[in-house]
Design a protein around this ligand. Structure first.
Ligand code: T3D
Length: 259
C-alpha cells in the first residue's frame, strides 16, 4: 500500500495489516519508524479498514524504545527529555491507535517489551504465539510504564498483577498472559498468521457498525448503570436501522416452507 522502510502497511479488502519491520532489533522503535507509524495512521484514519492486524516481522513483536537511539546523548552526558519523547511521539501514536474505529487484532509473534506492550494493548483482541513474552522492561531500565500501559494493563489483568510486573520489571509468558486474560488465544508460531487471518475474516463477515458500537460501549466504560443503559439504547436505535440487522432478521425469522 505505502512504501515504508521500518514498517509495512498492506491492505486486502476490509483487512489492513501493519507490520513492524526492524526484525534484527526485535522491532524496537526508533524515530523514523515512529514517523512512519504516524504516516500509516494518516492513511488508516482517512480510509479505515474494518479490521486492522498489528504484528511484528521476525522473532519479536516489539522490544519497545530502541535504547541505542538514546545512547549518544546519554554517553555524552547530555540530559534526555523523555517527557517530550512521550508527548510528541508515543502518546499521539497510542491515542490515535486507540481512536481507530476498526477492530484491531494484535498478533504478538514474539517478545513484546516496554512500549511494545503498549502497542499490543491498543488491540481489541490479542492473539499470541506460544513463544511470546510480555516484559515490563521499563523497570529494568529505571523507567515507569508508558505508552498507555499504566492505563490499559491493569484494565486487562488487574491492578495488583500490573503493579507487581511494573515494580519488578518482570514479565509473563504467553500461557500466563492467556490465563490472566490478556491474550484471547495462543497459536503455534507457524500458525499465528493464518489463525489471525481466519479471525479477521470472521470479523469482516460481521457488521462493521455493530463492531464499532461494541468497541465504543465496552472500551469507554459508562460511569453508571443508567448511563450504560442510555448509551446502549442510543446504539441499538441506530443499529436497528442498518441493512445488516434488517437482512439478518429477514434471513433468520422469515416463515419457512412447511416440511
Ligand atoms: O525513550 C523514550 O522515549 C522513553 C520510552 C520508553 C519506552 C520503553 O519501551 S522503555 C523499554 C525499552 N526496551 C527494553 O528495555 C528492552 C531491551 N531488550 C531486552 O531486554 C531484550 O532484547 C529482550 C528481553 C526484549 C529480548 O531478549 P532476547 O535475548 O530474546 O534478544 P536479544 O539478543 O537481547 O535482542 C536481539 C537484538 O535486538 C540484539 O541486537 P544484537 O546483539 O543482535 O545486535 C539486541 O541488542 C536488540 N534489541 C533488543 N531490544 C532492543 C534492542 N536494541 C535496541 N533497543 C532495544 N530496546
Amino acid at each position: 500500500m505505502a512504501p515504508f522502510e521500518h514498517i509495512r502497511l498492506t491492505r486486502d479488502g476490509a483487512i489492513a495489516r501493519l507490520t513492524l519491520n526492524r526484525p534484527a532489533r526485535l522491532n524496537a522503535l526508533i524515530r523514523p519508524m515512529q514517523a512512519e507509524l504516524s504516516a500509516a495512521l494518516d492513511l488508516l484514519e482517512a480510509e479505515p479498514p474494518q479490521v486492522l492486524i498489528l504484528t511484528g516481522e521476525g522473532r519479536g513483536f516489539c522490544a519497545g524504545q530502541d535504547l541505542t537511539e538514546r545512547y549518544p546523548q546519554i554517553a555524552a552526558g547530555e540530559a534526555v527529555h523523555l517527557g517530550a519523547s512521550l508527548t510528541q511521539t508515543y502518546n499521539p501514536l497510542i491515542r490515535r491507535l486507540n481512536a481507530l474505529p476498526c477492530v484491531i487484532i494484535a498478533a504478538v509473534n514474539g517478545v513484546a517489551a516496554g512500549a511494545g506492550i503498549g502497542l499490543a494493548l491498543t488491540a481489541d483482541i490479542i492473539l499470541a504465539a506460544r513463544e511470546a513474552r510480555f516484559l515490563m522492561a521499563f523497570g529494568k531500565v529505571g523507567l515507569g510504564p508508558d505508552a498507555g500501559v499504566s492505563w490499559a494493563l491493569p484494565e486487562r489483568i488487574g491492578s495488583r498483577r500490573a503493579l507487581a510486573l511494573a515494580l519488578t520489571g518482570g514479565g509473563i509468558d504467553a500461557q500466563t498472559a492467556l490465563d490472566w486474560g490478556l491474550v484471547w488465544a495462543l497459536h503455534d508460531a507457524g500458525e499465528l498468521a493464518a489463525a489471525t487471518q481466519e479471525l479477521a475474516l470472521v470479523l469482516v463477515a460481521g457488521s462493521a457498525q455493530a463492531q464499532r458500537a461494541a468497541k465504543q460501549l465496552l472500551r469507554e466504560k459508562a460511569p453508571s448503570l443508567e448511563a450504560a443503559l442510555a448509551r446502549e439504547s442510543a446504539c441499538q436505535d441506530a443499529l436497528g436501522h442498518t441493512d445488516f440487522y434488517r437482512d439478518a432478521v429477514l434471513a433468520f425469522a422469515a416463515p419457512k416452507p412447511a416440511r
